[in-house]
Design a binder for this molecule. Structure first.
Ligand SMILES: NC(=O)c1ccc[n+]([C@@H]2O[C@H](COP(=O)([O-])OP(=O)(O)OC[C@H]3O[C@@H](n4cnc5c(N)ncnc54)[C@H](OP(=O)(O)O)[C@@H]3O)[C@@H](O)[C@H]2O)c1
Length: 351
């Protein structure tokens, strides 16, 4: 019987990732078999592998799964009744395959790739035909594989509150925290939209890279821990119209201190912690009221807005930033590299 190769994790740490074989799956009715070419890593994949992705009640913890959600691959077999795809089509995965449009709910969250469902760190995987998006032809496999989580999350943070097709940002101040996958995607989308982009980082070298990508202002949050004051100064006391909050516990209060009146803070991540210090609680009700702020939780985005974003990328010929590519057998090293935090943009595994 034909077999495929896949990495699995018992959710007990990166060192317990295991490369093995499994029978080659066949697509059923309404499904396609995809030969996976590139997988892009997200912060979430490290958390899942460490057994730390526990904050969504609707996401069951499994005992063993294939990790990762983001891939670019080629359709090699189509099941009965599939009209959307043909053999040879280049496709991208969607993080929550059932989230096709509108508001996400527990139902879609309970079907996420790379927990609770098996993910994409494998040579082949079967997908429902509706779960895939056409890969833009101007991007390499490695570049295209970075779009499903990082870019869609940044896209939704900047445009999710606007009606579909009315993508904005021109003249707005957008603040991005750090230089990881979401932030660098936000930088590229923001600049292509005509926004004025302010980006923070712990590293001057990374800030120099961000400048090359068009960042208008850069702030080192290590040497300038009160970066929120600098945002106010740089914007002539206007503040940020949109903030991509990936820091969490140690940054949210600062974001409230540099948001514009009527601005939007997108709660995306928690790289500085999930819990406030007991003696330093963030009093969200007053902080939101003070400048009539919108605080919006973000969980990726639906497929229709992913496709809207791909059209924007094509129009502006945006090339996602792939910092480092690892080979399939080097997957553990790739996870460790991402967890180490020295990357700028995305880390990819070539299958
Ligand atoms: N809600 C969603 O849909 C969604 C989607 C994607 C990601 N996320 C979450 O968003 C966060 C970022 O994800 P990612 O994939 O972009 O991660 P990533 O590529 O690993 O990047 C993380 C970056 O955060 C920066 N950072 C660390 N501590 C910081 C601090 N105290 N203040 C500001 N920046 C800090 C670092 O940038 P420097 O090295 O430049 O300092 C680091 O490179 C994670 O918590 C992830 O779980 C959520």
């Amino acid at each position: 019987m034909a077999s495929i190769q896949q990495w699995t994790t018992p959710l007990k740490g990166v060192d317990s990732l295991q490369l093995g074989e499994a029978p080659k799956p066949a697509p059923g009715k309404g499904e396609v078999l995809v030969e996976i070419r590139a997988v892009s890593l997200n912060y979430r994949d490290v958390e899942v592998t460490n057994g730390e992705y526990t904050h969504h009640k609707s996401v069951e913890q499994e005992s063993k799964i294939v990790p990762c959600s983001d891939m670019c691959g080629v359709v090699t077999q189509v099941g009965d009744d599939v009209t959307t795809w043909k053999v040879g089509d280049r496709v991208l995965s969607t993080f929550l395959p059932d989230h096709q449009t509108g508001q996400v709910t527990a139902k879609e969250l309970s079907g996420g790739l790379g927990l609770p469902l098996d993910g994409v760190l494998a040579t082949h995987r079967v997908f429902p035909d509706y779960a895939l998006v056409k890969a833009p032809s101007y991007l390499s496999d490695e570049e295209a594989a970075t779009l499903p989580i990082a870019a869609v999350t940044a896209w939704m943070s900047i445009n999710g509150m606007r009606p579909m097709g009315q993508n904005g940002g021109e003249g707005e101040y957008i603040v991005l925290q750090g230089t990881g996958g979401v932030a660098v995607s936000g930088l590229q989308i923001g600049k292509a939209s005509g926004a004025k982009v302010i980006i923070t980082s712990s590293s001057d070298e990374k800030l120099a890279q961000a400048k090359q990508l068009g960042a208008d202002y850069t702030i080192n949050y290590r040497t300038q821990p009160n970066w929120e004051d600098e945002v106010m100064r740089l914007t002539d006391q206007h503040g940020a119209d949109v903030i991509l909050e990936v820091g969490g516990a140690q940054t949210l209060k600062k974001s409230f201190d540099c948001i514009a009146f009527g601005g939007l803070i997108n709660c995306i991540g928690y790289v500085s912690g999930k819990m406030d210090a007991p003696d330093d609680r963030t009093n969200v009700n007053l902080l939101a009221l003070r400048r009539t702020v919108t605080l919006k939780g973000i969980i990726n985005g639906p497929k229709d807005r992913f496709e809207e974003m791909v059209a924007f990328y094509e129009k502006h010929q945006i090339h996602p930033v792939v910092n480092k590519v690892f080979s399939f057998p080097e997957a553990k090293e790739a996870f460790k590299f991402l967890a180490g935090g020295s990357h700028f943009g995305k880390v990819v595994i070539k299958i």
